[in-house]
Ligand binder design. Structure first.
Ligand SMILES: C=C(O[C@@H]1C=C(C(=O)O)C=C[C@H]1O)C(=O)O
Length: 188
């Protein structure tokens, strides 16, 4: 069942919190090569966006950062019991003020000790992650629906868990139609 693009996360409707994530390879037949190069990339998305922006000003716009219960599918991806709080961060990655990607990251509080990620502000989480020498990244999963926490439509979402020692963070990135328009990418 593919969720409509307008369904927003409603706590009363737990099903709405579970996006249809599936392994990257399962989505390959439906994904154009142009998008595959973005969605399947395992290095820093921030660095790729800056390069593709060709001089456009890059900015991380902080939409929300709080301690809250993650959605069930987020808790499950982190192996976190359902009722535990996590550090939640939602950002828009903008080029010349136009959001190309929105991202929602979730990290268990017990794994955050000693890392002052709450002070990231509008610095890219990726710029910190990819500086960690022993960074590990789980296989990428994809969903063909838009971000449930943001109104702009988009062709693909992806998620993976980054680990560094005991630290773990689930990073979910939703590519937007504005990025497809600005880079002349196919609809999906
Ligand atoms: C994980 C990365 O960091 C990006 C920046 C984020 C942030 O600042 O919150 C979140 C997800 C990413 O799109 C990356 O650059 O690959």
């Amino acid at each position: 069942m593919i969720r409509s693009r307008t369904v927003r996360n409603t706590p009363a409707c737990p099903a709405a919190n579970a996006l249809p994530w599936r392994p990257l390879c399962a989505a390959r037949p439906a994904m154009s090569p142009a998008w595959w190069r973005w969605v399947a990339s395992r290095d820093s998305l921030t660095a790729r966006l800056i390069a593709a922006g060709e001089g456009r000003r890059f900015r991380v716009r902080l939409l929300s950062q709080r301690l809250d219960r993650p959605h069930p599918d987020e808790a499950q991806a982190l192996g976190l019991p359902a009722d535990r709080y996590a550090w939640l961060r939602e950002v828009a990655l903008c080029l010349e003020g136009r959001p190309w990607v929105v991202a929602r990251s979730a990290a268990p509080l017990t794994r955050l000790r000693g890392y002052r990620l709450g002070q990231l502000g509008e610095r890219s989480l990726g710029s910190w992650l990819f500086r960690q020498p022993d960074l590990e990244r789980s296989p990428i999963e994809v969903t063909p629906v838009a971000a449930p926490f943001h109104d702009a439509p988009g062709p693909w979402g992806r998620r993976s868990v980054f680990r560094h020692g005991r630290f773990a963070v689930l990073v979910q990135e939703f590519f937007l139609d504005t990025m497809a328009d600005d880079l002349a990418l196919p609809p999906r």
